[in-house]
Structures are given as C-alpha cells and as structure tokens.
Design a protein around this ligand. Structure first.
Ligand SMILES: [Fe+2]
Length: 382
C-alpha cells in the first residue's frame, strides 16, 4: 500500500442547521473578536447567527468578499489589511471555495507581514495563531476540509497553491441548508468538481483503501443526488447528500489529491477562465476513458456502488461506469464539447503546454500522459 498522510480539521460538524455552532465553539475557545468573511447573498442567511454571537459577547467585524472570479494575490492583500486592523482572535469564512480559501489565508497571515508570494508551495506557512472556522455554501471544492488554498498570482496571472496544515480549520461546519438557494448551473458545476475529486482519488497512483472508502461513498452520493438537486434546489435530502459528498471529496485532496482531470482543466481554465467545475466536468469522462486500460477494476467498484448489474467482465463494468458519469453530466445540463463554449481549436496546443506544466498532478495519474495524449483528449471532446 502507498504511504499517506491524513490531516483533517480539528472538528467537523455535519448536519442541516449546524452552521451556527461556531458560536459555541468560539465561546469555548474564549475568542472575543471574530472577522467574518462572506458574500452579498449569504449575509442575510447568517444575520441571525451574527446577532446571536453579538448578544453572547462576541465582537464581530464583517468583511465583504466582492470579487467576481478567481481570487488574486492583490485582492487577498487588500482583505488582509482590513482583517489585520480588526486584530481578530478568529476568522469565520462562509461561502464557496474562493471565500473559504481566503478565510483560511486570513487566519494564517493577517497577524504577520510575510508577503503572500513567499507562501506559495507546500509547507511554507510558519504557524497560525488565529482561530479558523469554515462553513461552505456550495457543495464542490472541499476547501472546508483541505489544507489547500489557491490564488491567482497578480504578477503573472498563474494559479498557484498554498498547502499547509495551518490552513486546516479548527472547526468546519457542513450545513446543507446554506446551499439550498444555489442556482442549478452552480450546483451542477460544483457537484461535478466534487465528483472529480472522488474519481481522481480512486484512479490515482497514490490511492489508498482509507481514501477509496471516502471516494466511493462520495461518488455514490453525487451520482444519486446531483440531478435531483439541479432540478429542484429545495430538495433537502439531495442537498444534504451533496454537501456530505463534497466534504468526502475534500478529504481525498490532502492525502491523495487529483490527477489527470484537474491537470488538464488547468489548460482550459488558464486560457479561457472557465469555471473550475465546468472545466473538470468537460474532461472527466474522456480522462476516464484514457485511463481505462489501467483502471478496469477501479471503475468496476464505481459501477458496483452505483447499483449496476456488475459481472465478471471488468471491461464491461468499467464502460458502464464511464457511461453513467458521462450521462450524469448531460442530465445536469453541462456542455459536453469545447466547441460549444467558444474554445478555438487552434488554441489546443497552447492549452496542452499549460496542462503539461501541472506536473504535480500529472505525476499522480495512473497512466503516463504525454503532450500528444493531452492534445488527443482535448480534440476528442472538441
Ligand atoms: Fe477541484
């Protein structure tokens, strides 16, 4: 078996309506001042919690996340100044993956001067003295349980990662009620991102039985609930299943991580600024097909958890699993071809070069991917 290292938040609270429980956790930890980072549409949803926290003696400083698109280093520095002025004991992030990534970085860095650019890479943060709570309002990135944060470097426009145990929250609150009003398109794209985290962990070179268990349960929950949540956003059991699956996908990221799909999606998102979930969704079935020769048994496990008639022929089982996932994406209304979303065929070589730079993920892929393979994969979904 592969060696893996599993790092998780200090506490994970899961269940509809649980998101206000950061208040009791903050009081227990004797925090007095909390910076709360969130976005426009979410504030009304957490207004009652913020009033309750204030009544219980906590001093709250609201920080409004106003950026559209990927968070940049420059934007982070702006927010860091505001957060630092409040001298918080803890940071609470309530939002999608970008908001949580920034909240994590604010907790680690708002009491120090280290430029954010010096923190890129693995293990570059020294420590974290400020408490950290995270409550996701989308079901996809898994940022609430991962030690990762991604920023666009304002200097060169490249997406860069900061990976550190100090980015793991002290307490994560997975409350599906916060996801009920997500529009269908975001539900679909973020759900497919979470599905990628699970499938890529399962087919990964660094796969491990502990993480396989989380990945397979995540795959089952997403495959059985994503279409339901896309068609009826108020379907609470479906939302709860997706929030849980997203967290399971996030738990796959630290110890095993993603591979070919996420690597190739950097080529698409880097050049065309597609949403992360859409880029991954476009690629998932085709990268699964590419990896099929070395993943027959693994894909059969997927077919089994989806309740398909699995036989002894793993090739047939694997094809059923790929077809199911491909159909799921169609049923969620996600485009299936690069040409449908305005990507130019002539850009494929440049996108392939970008993908080939993502060696940290390409090296996790169970089958070696050459530049020619990347071009073929992009062309097959064009
Ligand atoms: Fe992702």
């Amino acid at each position: 078996m592969n060696q893996i290292e599993i790092m998780t938040p200090g506490k994970i609270i899961v269940g509809c309506g649980c998101s206000s429980r950061w208040i009791e956790e903050a009081i227990k930890a004797e925090y007095k001042k909390i910076v709360v980072l969130s976005v426009g549409p979410i504030w009304p949803m957490i207004e009652a919690q913020l009033s309750e926290a204030a009544e219980k003696g906590l001093k709250i400083k609201k920080l409004d996340y106003t950026l559209v698109g990927e968070p940049t280093t420059a934007y982070f520095e702006e927010l860091r100044k505001e957060a630092a002025a409040a001298k918080p004991d803890a940071v609470l992030g309530v939002g999608g993956g970008s908001v949580l990534d920034i909240a994590k970085l604010l907790a680690a860095l708002s009491d120090r001067k280290t430029p954010i650019e010096k923190c890129f890479g693995k293990g570059m943060l020294e420590e974290r003295k400020i408490g950290l709570f995270c409550a996701p309002t989308t079901a996809g990135t898994g940022s609430e349980v991962s030690p990762n944060a991604i920023l666009l470097d304002s200097a060169d426009g490249e997406k860069k990662g900061i990976i550190s145990p100090f980015l793991l929250p002290d307490c994560t609150l997975v409350d599906a009620d916060l996801t009920m009003s997500l529009p269908s398109k975001i539900t679909a794209e973020t759900g497919m991102d979470a599905l990628c985290h699970c499938v890529e962990a399962l087919m990964n070179k660094n796969a491990h039985p502990i993480i396989d268990t989380a990945a397979l349960k995540g795959i089952e929950l997403i495959c059985k609930n994503l279409v339901k949540a896309c068609r009826d956003g108020r379907n609470r059991p479906a939302r709860e299943a997706l929030a849980t699956a997203s967290m399971l996908g996030g738990l796959c990221l630290g110890p095993v991580n993603t591979c070919g799909v996420h690597a190739l999606s950097y080529g698409l998102a880097g050049k065309y600024h597609l949403s992360h979930g859409l880029a991954n969704a476009l690629l998932l079935p085709e990268v699964m097909r590419f990896n099929r020769p070395v993943c027959l048994a693994r894909y059969s496990l997927i077919a089994r958890v989806l309740g398909m008639q699995v036989g002894k022929d793993n090739e047939r089982n694997a094809n059923m699993a790929i077809d199911y996932i491909s159909q799921l994406s169609v049923q969620c209304g996600i485009p299936q071809h690069l040409s449908e979303i305005g990507i130019k065929a002539t850009d494929i070589p440049e996108m392939a070069d970008m993908a080939m730079n993502v060696t940290r993920l390409l090296q996790n892929n169970p089958r070696e991917i050459t530049r020619e393979d990347v071009i073929n994969i992009y062309e097959n979904i064009y």
